[in-house]
Design a protein around this ligand. Structure first.
Ligand SMILES: [Zn+2]
Length: 169
């Protein structure tokens, strides 16, 4: 989602309330608009722009920093598959749905994670970020370089393909 997809007021409310966690009243005061206008814009964003909320949650949770809209542009421009093993988010979901992946860590594994290919770079260096699956991300840690892990990821990808083939047949 791009900034221009939002109205001017939605952009301002998104910035103050959803990114900076300002209260509705604080935002209304700062913008010189009615409290209800802020409430309405907030509700439009939260209910009508779920993809944007998802990216906002990620941006906050990972403490990406830098300009949110640059990160959002990066997020939309990336192929949503693991850079190492190649599995896509839809395929991960499929494997989970068919109980072909089971893990005890219920909070990880169903969606792709943000991977810093050079582990010591800051998150706001967008050029260093890629999507990776939980298993590749977890195994790579800061021990293996991007190139070293590509060979390992390839083998993991072959396991995923075999499991996915069980579904397609
Ligand atoms: Zn992977």
């Amino acid at each position: 989602m791009k900034k221009d997809d939002l109205t001017k007021l939605q952009q301002q409310v998104f910035d103050l309330v959803l990114l900076q966690s300002m209260t509705f009243q604080g935002a209304a005061n700062q913008l010189g608009v009615e409290l209800n206008d802020v409430r309405k814009a907030d509700s439009e964003i939260r209910t009508g722009m779920r993809d944007l909320i998802k990216v906002r949650d990620l941006w906050k949770r990972k403490k990406i920093g830098g300009d949110f809209w640059s990160f959002s542009g990066w997020y939309d421009s990336q192929p949503h598959q693991c850079i190492y093993c190649g599995i896509s988010e839809a395929e991960l979901q499929l494997l989970h749905d068919h109980k072909l992946i089971e893990n005890k860590r219920i909070f990880r594994g169903k969606t792709l994670e943000i991977e810093r290919r050079k582990a010591n770079e800051a998150y706001n260096n967008l050029g260093n970020l890629s999507f990776a699956c939980y298993w590749c991300n977890n195994a790579k840690t800061d021990t293996f370089s991007e190139d070293e892990f590509k060979a390992i990821g390839k083998a993991i990808g072959e396991v995923w393909r075999k499991r996915l083939n069980q579904i397609k047949r």
